[in-house]
Design a protein around this ligand. Structure first.
Ligand code: 13P
Length: 255
């Protein structure tokens, strides 16, 4: 059985006051939740990581970074290494989030380097994949996902691949209020699991958690999580409201 994994990607939101307040409110709400049944993480902007880790201390909320650079140290102005993220107390980092792919212009090779760097630096990467609307409409979803999965896992040993969580986020569903239907998401998740089984083996594929992301809200979380191959949720907008994020976590456990 795969343990549900719910993560809140705060993107470029919150500040030094609202972030700690948000994580404390989530922590308070989780006091009544059986945390053996769910993993929860928040993913704030870099500059607030230390503050959020401190504010999350009393809870079972893990903290992740939204990105890393693939080198360990050196003359890379503006970049942050996996070692630094690990050093401040993070467990997770996103790699290849759709906004980094499509707003910043990151490609599969760069993202693969980041996945390697994350694992080598002791972090658990959440590798994000997903097709654009025009790719879906041209019936190219499978092809795009296959490329992103194969390139994302390139040269990663079986042992290292076990550290990865996948997040399927169809780009057309992010921030649009247009969620993939549970059936649409399930179809892609099952396909992704099949690809991981081909790349590695069935046991690794069966253990790998695949989150869904894209307009997840309290009222659609349960039906998404009820699908066999949806093991968690990567939540954007709704993770900025403690009540909504808590409702999503509770709905996931109930599914
Ligand atoms: P929304 O939940 O705001 O659609 O964002 C999804 C996302 O990109 C999470 O990483």
């Amino acid at each position: 059985m795969r343990k549900p994994f719910i993560a809140g990607n705060w993107k470029m939101n919150t500040d030094g006051h609202s972030g700690p307040e948000l994580v404390r409110a989530i922590g308070k709400g989780l006091a009544q939740v059986d945390m053996s049944k769910v993993d929860v993480a928040v993913i704030p902007p870099f500059v607030y990581l230390t503050q959020i880790i401190t504010a999350a201390k009393a809870s079972r909320i893990a903290v992740g970074a939204q990105d890393i650079f693939y080198e360990q140290k050196g003359a890379f102005t503006g970049e942050i290494s996996a070692n630094m993220i690990k050093d401040v107390g993070c467990n997770y980092c996103l790699c290849g989030h759709s906004e980094r792919r499509h707003v910043i212009g990151e490609g599969d090779e760069l993202i693969n380097k980041k996945v390697h760097a994350a694992i080598n630096g002791g972090l658990l990467p959440i590798l994000c994949i997903g097709e654009l609307l025009e790719e879906r409409e041209a019936n190219r979803t499978d092809q795009v996902i296959e490329r992103q999965v194969k390139k994302g896992f390139a040269n990663l040993s079986m042992e290292k691949a076990r550290a990865v969580t996948l997040a399927y986020e169809p780009v057309w569903a992010i921030g649009t209020g247009r969620t993939a239907t549970p059936q649409q998401a399930q179809e892609v998740h099952a396909m992704i699991r099949g690809l991981v089984a081909e790349l590695y083996d069935k046991s690794l594929a069966d253990d790998m958690r695949i989150q869904y992301g894209g307009s997840v809200k309290p009222d659609n979380a349960k039906e998404l999580m009820e699908k066999e191959d949806i093991d968690g949720l990567l939540v954007g907008g709704a993770s900025l409201k403690a009540d909504d994020f808590l409702a999503i976590i509770k709905a996931s456990i109930a599914a």
